[in-house]
Design a binder for this molecule. Structure first.
Ligand code: NAD
Ligand code: ZN
Length: 407
């Protein structure tokens, strides 16, 4: 090959240009002088029709005295987003989705001093949002422990308005005064993206504890090893529960369940009939049925089955039906009454569970659980359609939008 001096100069110039325009350079710059770097406009991935996101650009509005402007770093793709993407069941189109998001504060109104747990907030802090209680500013973390969260809004499931920066599938989000916001600067980006689904399991385990059946030495069966079941196993492990059997039909997920802390696994596809399956679960516990069970699939049949895995006097937490998945058949005499099963349902979480979740994530990582490996796919904002399609195709576990320079 014949390269002359001119070519070399051109090549060097090109390499230098690539290095300086390379994305990572922008991250520290934003941290050093965040205010000075705020652009005039922000990009959002607007869902304009079913199964279609479009990148749109809007002016970043003036901040009110209680508002916070956050530069988004990432946001998990949730099953709810997938439902919205496919069918718009909440009639939100046009909408900026994304509620499992996190990012860095770049600007704050003059009244903003503390987060919802009383922790100081400063420019540069990393935050997550939780619920928005427009009609009841007096709701506190304590009240919320006693009530269901129905009636609250969340960023990422708000209809579009003249601000537009309402969801985390964006490069900036405007957090309006009165919203619940937590300072989570002591967690890394992956952990912050996983907070919302983890809070679901912290809550489910809190619900399970109300039965008084769950103990350190309980035999616990977790049915379903999607992200929800896998995180369930991690929460139990961080509590010191050792004896966990995971049930699923996917060998890869069962292998992950073991790494997350399940002692034994049962592949339901290998057993014909519920009696054989229940015996397999019993064998996995060394000849005993479970003291407690967590139902983490959206399958009505799985709900019917799970009673057979539980001993007389045992407990069940059903959390697999965030949305209506149809009716399930049980035999009230055999499954519930004669066995004296204590059953609790669990749905979403409270603000308190959210705060507990930050510590759970630190503990899970500290004891070596591969919690961050739950995020299997990361997409930049421009590829939200691909991100949602990947979720719908049930590839991987947790899909996330991550800002391009942080992928
Ligand atoms: N309670 C809540 O607030 C809440 C919050 C979020 C999600 N959810 C629900 O939790 C469920 C699980 O969520 P996910 O993200 O892990 O879903 P997922 O679809 O990724 O995982 C479900 C798993 O269950 C397994 N499965 C299906 N049928 C089974 C059976 N008969 N026996 C054993 N395993 C079976 C599948 O192989 C899959 O691995 C969903 O239905 C979701 O709606 C509830
Ligand atoms: Zn979610």
């Amino acid at each position: 090959m014949n390269i002359n001096e001119n070519d070399v100069a051109k090549l060097v110039q090109q390499v230098l240009q690539e290095m300086t325009s390379g994305a990572p350079a922008s991250a520290p710059k934003a941290q050093a002088a965040p205010n000075g770097d705020i652009p005039k406009t922000a990009k959002v991935a607007m869902m304009t029709e079913l199964k279609h996101f479009e990148i749109q650009e809007y002016p970043i509005p003036e901040l009110g005295d209680d508002d916070i402007l956050v530069r988004v770093e990432g946001c998990g793709v949730c099953g709810t987003d997938a439902h919205e993407y496919k069918n718009d069941p909440f009639s939100l189109i046009p909408v900026v989705l994304g509620h499992e998001g996190t990012g860095e504060i770049v600007k704050m109104g003059k009244n903003v001093k503390k987060d919802s747990a009383g922790k100081p907030l400063n420019i540069g802090d990393k935050v997550v949002t939780c619920m928005i209680f427009k009609d009841d500013p007096d709701i506190t973390m304590f009240d919320l422990n006693k009530q269901n969260v129905g009636g609250a809004d969340v960023y990422g499931l708000l209809p579009d308005d003249n601000v537009h920066l309402n969801g985390w599938y964006s490069d900036y989000i405007l957090i309006r005064g009165g919203s619940t916001v937590f300072n989570v600067s002591d967690l890394d980006l992956d952990s912050r993206i996983l907070i919302e689904p983890c809070a679901v399991l912290v809550h489910a385990v809190e619900r399970a504890k109300t039965t008084n059946i769950l103990r350190f030495n309980s035999r616990v069966v977790v049915q379903g090893c999607g992200p929800i079941g896998l995180i369930c196993i991690a929460v139990l492990r961080t509590m010191g529960i050792e004896n966990i059997v995971a049930v699923d039909g996917n060998e890869q997920r069962l292998a992950f369940a073991k790494r997350m802390g399940a002692g034994e696994t049962v592949n339901f596809m290998n057993y014909k009939g519920i009696d054989n399956l229940a015996n397999a679960v019993k064998d996995a516990f060394g000849g005993h049925l479970a003291d407690f069970a967590f139902q983490c699939t959206g399958s009505p049949v799985a709900h019917s089955n799970i009673y057979k895995f539980i001993r007389n006097g045992g407990g069940l937490c059903e959390l697999g039906f965030f949305i209506n998945g149809g009716d399930a058949t049980i035999n009230p005499h055999f499954d519930l009454c004669s066995k004296e099963i204590t059953l609790v349902g669990s749905w979403v979480y409270t603000l308190r569970d959210y705060a507990t979740t930050f510590d759970f994530l630190k503990r899970a990582i500290a004891i070596g659980l591969p919690i961050k490996e739950l995020i299997t796919h990361r997409f930049p904002l421009e590829e939200m359609n691909e991100a949602l399609e990947t979720n719908l195709a049930q590839k991987g576990l947790k899909i996330a939008y991550v800002r391009k320079d942080l992928i």
